[in-house]
Design a protein around this ligand. Structure first.
Ligand code: GLN
Length: 487
């Protein structure tokens, strides 16, 4: 393995800037790593090797001509839910096999404009529904720390790619935890921005009031860099907010003295793996040692997040997925007759979890049940958001575990949807409230599997979130350990 594949994105940027390395060298190192590990890990659905090398050569040429864009020549991987012109975008589903978009998602476009080199599109749970990447129609992804374990999901391919040194950083999407949870299970930094901070244009929709693109990286500084490039208002997405984007890297002053950190008792509960509980408590003590003030807080509606999310997300999904009918969108399974074609297209194109969500969502939205389920869930969502509003009157950030368990075994939860849904218990509230959440590695369990701490901040205060996460990370060594993949 080339030591180049262990660099943080920020270190890669400075080595490229100083001309210590070329983009072609760096891109080759990642492509070699992909060639060696991809048969075992399976982080990608599509690898764009030729295009990556051509883009890298062009980036080197541009640098020689004085170009110094922030990501010039930096190789990244993108979750296969984000549209990329000319590169197949499957969303982990058979129904989108062979679909090649004619436009590029704004979040990706901004990275391209900043000079990134696209290594490929990463594996994911079908339509981003899942917590283990086992729901992909393109096979499972393995956790680089332990090949019998899941990498988390739904952005498990993006997480595994970075953790295994197959990309300098990756982009995922988070609807209910799909960036933070895989980051936690693979020892990475994962940032779900505030809802509306990063454009959803070109992101294949799952839950439109919840979906957020964001980075998975080795360090908080790397995440700050990528967010700064992707964030900001986009006229093509009416829910993207016209809020100024601060310089997130400049916000990383390493200082948390006097920062008020809220610790909600509802996130430290029975059922969590004891090592996770203890390790996150130790991380909070570390923040105290750095000068933060630790304050116990109450978020009484936390428990309702799981039932509320599993009404709202499937409801929105059922509406969003109606377009895959084999006529307007989706790979058609032609049966001559319209209804038979429709049934066969959706019957063969969607996997079991997607069908389950469509049924749940359609039921929750149907006449007679709408008020009892969807309407009620929206009301309780407001109460969950108010828990955050009240907490942020007293504290600057909130600290909690990201996932109740470290990486579980492949196959362990596949046939039990409820236990799979329970893996999201700590990530769902921030998604429903629209506030940003950050996973920072904070230790390992007795089996050597990574543990993550989750931090929340008020909407559009990613600067505070990143500052807290960075200060913590600077005082620890967890992020410096790399997975040793045994092939
Ligand atoms: N695991 C959650 C779900 O299955 C969240 C997924 C996501 O954030 N995309 O819906």
């Amino acid at each position: 393995m080339s030591e180049l594949t262990r660099l943080s994105l920020s270190d890669a940027v400075s080595r490229l800037r100083n001309r210590d390395i070329s983009s072609v060298e760096l891109t080759r190192a990642y492509l070699d790593q992909i060639a060696a590990l991809e048969p075992t890990i399976h982080a990608f659905i599509t690898v764009t090797a030729d295009r990556a090398l051509a883009d890298a050569a062009r980036a080197d040429q541009q640098r020689a001509n004085g170009d110094d864009r922030p990501l010039l020549g930096v190789p990244l991987a993108i979750k296969d839910v984000l549209s990329t012109t000319g590169v197949q975008t499957t969303c982990g589903s058979k129904i989108l096999a062979g679909y090649t978009p004619v436009f590029t998602a704004t979040a990706v476009k901004r990275l391209e404009d900043a000079g990134m080199v696209l290594l490929g599109k990463t594996n994911m749970d079908e339509f981003a529904m899942g917590s283990s990447t086992e729901n992909s129609a393109y096979g499972v992804t393995r956790n680089p720390w332990n090949l019998d374990r899941v990498p988390g999901g739904s952005s498990g391919g993006s997480a595994a790619a970075v953790a295994a040194g197959m990309a300098a950083g990756a982009i995922g999407t988070d609807t209910g935890g799909s960036i933070r949870q895989p980051a936690s299970l693979t020892g990475l930094v994962g940032l779900k921005p505030s809802y509306g901070r990063v454009s959803r244009y070109g992101l294949v929709a799952f839950g439109s009031s919840l979906d957020c693109p964001g980075p998975l990286t080795r360090t908080v500084e790397d995440a700050a860099r990528l967010l700064g490039i992707m964030a900001g208002h986009d006229p093509l997405d009416s829910t993207s907010m016209p809020v100024e984007v601060p310089d997130y890297v400049a916000a990383l002053n390493g200082d948390v003295k006097g920062l008020r950190v809220g610790v909600p008792k509802q996130y430290f509960i029975k059922g969590t793996q004891p090592e996770v509980d203890a390790t996150v408590h130790a991380a909070i003590e570390q923040l105290r040692a750095l000068g933060a003030e630790i304050i116990e807080i109450d978020m009484p509606h936390t428990d309702y997040s799981l039932p509320v999310y599993y009404i709202i997300a499937p409801a929105e999904a059922s509406a969003n997925l109606a377009r895959y009918d084999g006529i307007r969108f989706g790979a058609r399974v032609d049966k001559g007759d319209m209804w038979d074609t429709y049934k066969a297209t959706r019957g063969e194109g969607f996997g079991p979890e997607v069908k389950r969500r469509i049924m749940l969502g359609t039921y929750a939205l149907s006449a007679g049940y709408y008020d009892a389920y969807y309407g009620k869930a929206q009301q309780v969502r407001t109460l969950i958001k108010q828990d955050f509003d009240k907490a942020f009157e007293r504290v600057d950030v909130i600290a909690a575990p990201t996932s109740p368990n470290t990486a579980f075994k492949l196959g362990e939860n596949v046939n039990d949807p409820l236990s799979m849904y329970l893996e999201d218990v700590f990530t769902l509230p921030a998604s429903l409230a629209g506030v940003p959440g950050l996973n920072v590695p904070c230790g390992f369990d007795s089996q050597g599997l990574p543990i993550g701490m989750q931090l929340f901040a008020p909407a559009f205060r990613e600067d505070v979130l990143l500052r807290a996460g960075h200060a913590y990370q600077q005082s620890t060594e967890w992020h410096k350990r790399s997975a040793q993949v045994k092939i």
